[in-house]
Design a protein around this ligand. Structure first.
Ligand SMILES: Cc1cc2nc3c(=O)[nH]c(=O)nc-3n(C[C@H](O)[C@H](O)[C@H](O)COP(=O)(O)O)c2cc1C
Length: 239
């Protein structure tokens, strides 16, 4: 991971996790926004997340179903260099091409969900400001709320909470049962921000991009990052 460490050393980083809930585009929009603002991003995608991305965005069609059904990542090789394996670089390059990440193409690393040896699995990782799970499935929500830490997404979220850093959970399911609600309350009580990707209509969105930007902007607000990505409510008093 030498290449990525050098770049990250310049500034702060965030962890973005895409899980197997609907709305993968929200996660990629946030990725693009953060790296365009010169933050380094540690990107983790759960195996069910890959399935949803394939289905919703037509990406990663080259990834074997054996992988998404529980097999090992391609040519992982030396575990220390896992993020630089050809498998991981293929994933990264497809994201760069699809979302035209020219400016910040080097400022993120794709990390396999099984890579529990990653630096971000430890509270000693420097420069990590926070983590956003977007979209967050009810499965990941439950496992994070209960401290399961079975994969890198769950472990990194656990670390963020214990280090009292910002964890933003963007849960996607409807309707919600009492288990979902209890897990959200539990995470809220532990300090997480529960930020469902629910669109607003007071800002009169015209396109799907407007709706996505609204959520991206609300996440930046929650991270205390200045932005004018979405149209804010001006108040009747401004008329
Ligand atoms: C196309 C598709 C869409 C899905 N959408 C959701 C969803 O919106 N919310 C949810 O909680 N689960 C959803 N699921 C089910 C999760 O992917 C499944 O529970 C999975 O085990 C979650 O694993 P993960 O949390 O490790 O990503 C969806 C599955 C598929 C195939």
């Amino acid at each position: 991971m030498k290449e990525n460490l050098d770049i990250e050393a310049d500034g702060y980083s965030y962890i973005i996790a895409l899980t197997g809930a609907s709305g993968a585009i929200y996660g990629f929009s946030l990725l693009k926004t953060l790296i365009n603002r010169s933050f380094f991003v540690h990107l983790i995608i759960s195996k069910p997340g890959f399935k949803v991305i394939k289905d919703e965005l037509g990406m990663f069609t080259g990834i074997s179903d054996i992988y998404t059904n529980g097999g090992e990542a391609g040519t992982g090789g030396n575990r220390e260099d896992y993020s630089l394996s050809s498998f991981n670089l293929d994933i990264k390059n497809e994201i760069i091409n699809r979302f035209e990440l020219q400016e910040g193409c080097c400022r993120f690393a794709f990390l396999d969900e099984n890579f529990l040896e990653a630096r971000i699995a430890s509270g000693s990782a420097k420069n990590v400001k926070g983590m956003i799970v977007i979209p967050c499935s009810m499965g990941s929500l439950s496992r994070i709320a209960n401290g399961i830490s079975g994969n890198l997404i769950e472990r990194a979220a656990d670390v963020i909470l214990k280090e009292r850093k910002k964890l933003i959970i963007c849960p996607r399911e409807t309707p919600l049962n009492d288990i979902h609600l209890k897990n959200m309350l539990s995470l809220y009580s532990s300090g997480a921000v529960i930020l469902p990707p629910v669109p607003a209509f007071y800002n009169k969105p015209q396109t799907v991009s407007d709706i996505i930007d609204f959520i991206t902007g609300k996440i930046l607000d929650a991270l205390d990052i200045e932005n004018d990505i979405y149209v804010r409510w001006k108040g009747y008093d401004s008329k």
